[in-house]
Design a protein around this ligand. Structure first.
Ligand SMILES: [Zn+2]
Length: 244
């Protein structure tokens, strides 16, 4: 069995992006079977609540029953607090276009949103979420405090996957991801993907987003990256990092 791992995930899974999520799960599933993850937003921007019993909730449950791993990805996704520090404010805006929900939350508020988000998703799935990923991979001190006591087994940012309880690093290395907000960003993300797919890391992570499917070159780059990675890697789950 190949030792090196490939962990792929679809970000921003929400009823708002149902058709994009469909296209992305076909794209990933074609290469990886059901061995990939979905990062689920319980109520994207406050107007896309995943309602138990709704058609989308049923689909989420059936993806999960097929073995696709489900992680909690914020609650609203959008950053709705006024940040204390200027640096955080600049960081939040520049890096995320206001999508860094967990950057400026207090520990109490972060804990509430994590608990609420989990209960929405876990009631639908009938099983625990596999982990938590903050929107735009941005964690403020409050989010880290809340996670440490949440009982959630793993979290990731751009550079690593770790256990929030112990702080132990479970995997190290960048996430390959694509951007399409501007042509310059799109072009540089294609170049980065073509280079990072060669990274000699033990666990290579790939994260795709709903807008990616709107750009043909980007879809091709995702597929090329998966194909290349699968030559020397096997598709893996986040959860198996805990056993390693
Ligand atoms: Zn996201």
């Amino acid at each position: 069995m190949l030792q090196r791992r490939l962990i792929a995930s679809i970000h921003d899974v929400s009823p708002r992006f149902e058709s994009e999520v469909d296209q992305l799960s076909d794209l990933l599933g074609h290469r990886l079977g059901d061995r990939f993850a979905m990062l689920v937003v319980p109520n994207h921007w406050g107007d896309s609540l995943i309602v138990p019993g709704s058609p989308f909730a049923t689909r989420l449950r059936s993806w999960s029953d097929r073995g696709i791993e489900m992680l909690l990805h914020g609650f609203f996704h959008r950053d709705d607090v006024a940040h204390q520090g200027l640096l955080d404010r600049a960081r939040g805006r520049l890096m995320t276009a206001g999508e860094g929900e967990f950057l400026g939350l207090s520990a109490g508020l972060a804990a509430n949103r994590i608990a609420h988000g989990r209960s929405v998703i876990e009631d639908i799935l009938g099983k625990p979420v596999a982990g938590f990923v903050a929107p735009a991979w941005l964690y403020g001190p409050g989010a880290l405090d809340a996670l440490a006591t949440s009982g959630i087994p793993l979290a990731e940012d751009h550079w690593r996957v770790w256990s929030p309880q112990t702080g132990r690093t479970l995997a190290r290395g960048p996430v390959i991801t694509w951007a399409s907000r501007s042509r310059a960003r799109l072009r540089s993300s294609l170049i980065a993907a073509a280079s990072l797919r060669h990274a000699p890391v033990h666990t290579l992570r790939i994260g795709v987003h709903p807008p990616d499917v709107r750009h043909e070159r980007l879809v091709r780059s995702i597929d090329d990256t998966l194909t290349f990675a699968m030559v020397k890697r096997r598709p893996a789950s986040y959860s198996e990092l805990l056993a390693a």
